[in-house]
Write a protein that binds this ligand. Structure first.
Ligand code: SAH
Length: 189
């Protein structure tokens, strides 16, 4: 129901319905559909849930969350990607998605707490602000690991306790920011 070909560059339209990530410019990618599905399923979206996405990219994952009835806040650090995702989402009718340009590892305190937080970039650890901004009963889905391989994890917060479940092995582009990886020039592998 979400036209993925609208979220990829013209040169990749022919590959839009293949189950693989595709380049979206700025050295970033739209995630593999299987992974988007796995993250979405793990998030268990209820209509009216507030969802925070870190890494807007093309806006595809944000559109899916909105389609399922979530009020979506999405943060993108690259302002060109943020601008084009905002315009694309509005054009396709997802004008309730709020795209903000900034460092999503700090979360988005203005609209916290969130029932759902999805991190769609690879993180060295779980950014503390995200855990703080997760509601009681909330679900955080995040790829955690090194720069080449990560474990997709579901964290469930309940009564001050956090339960963690391994979902899938995965490979995301890096989460760059205060609670993520440093900029490339400083990065140590
Ligand atoms: N969810 C996207 C795919 C994301 S690719 C989609 O559906 O198309 C990962 C994105 O995370 C990239 O666009 C990258 O610029 C962004 N990113 C990396 N670190 C970030 C940070 N600290 N805050 C916000 N966005 C970040």
């Amino acid at each position: 129901r979400i036209p993925r070909h609208e979220f990829v560059p013209v040169a990749y339209i022919g590959a839009a319905y293949e189950d693989r990530p595709l380049p979206i410019g700025e050295s970033e990618t739209i995630s593999q559909p299987y992974i988007v599905a796995a993250m979405t399923a793990a998030a268990r979206v209820n209509p009216g849930d507030k969802a925070l996405e870190i890494g807007t990219g093309s806006g595809y994952q944000a559109a899916i969350l909105a389609y399922l009835g979530a009020k979506v806040y999405s943060i993108e650090r690259n302002f060109q990607l943020a601008d084009s995702a905002r315009a694309r989402l509005a054009r396709l009718g997802f004008e309730t998605v709020e795209v903000t340009c900034g460092d999503g590892t700090e979360g988005h305190p203005a609209a916290a707490p969130y029932q759902i937080i999805l991190v769609t970039a690879a993180s060295p650890e779980i950014p503390a602000p995200l855990m703080e901004q997760l509601d009681d009963g909330g679900r955080l889905v995040i790829p955690v690991g090194d720069l080449s391989h990560q474990d997709l994890k579901l964290l469930f917060k309940h009564g001050g306790q956090v339960a963690s479940r391994f979902l899938d092995p995965c490979q995301f582009v890096p989460l760059i920011g205060r609670y993520g990886w440093p900029e490339k020039r400083d990065r140590v592998h």
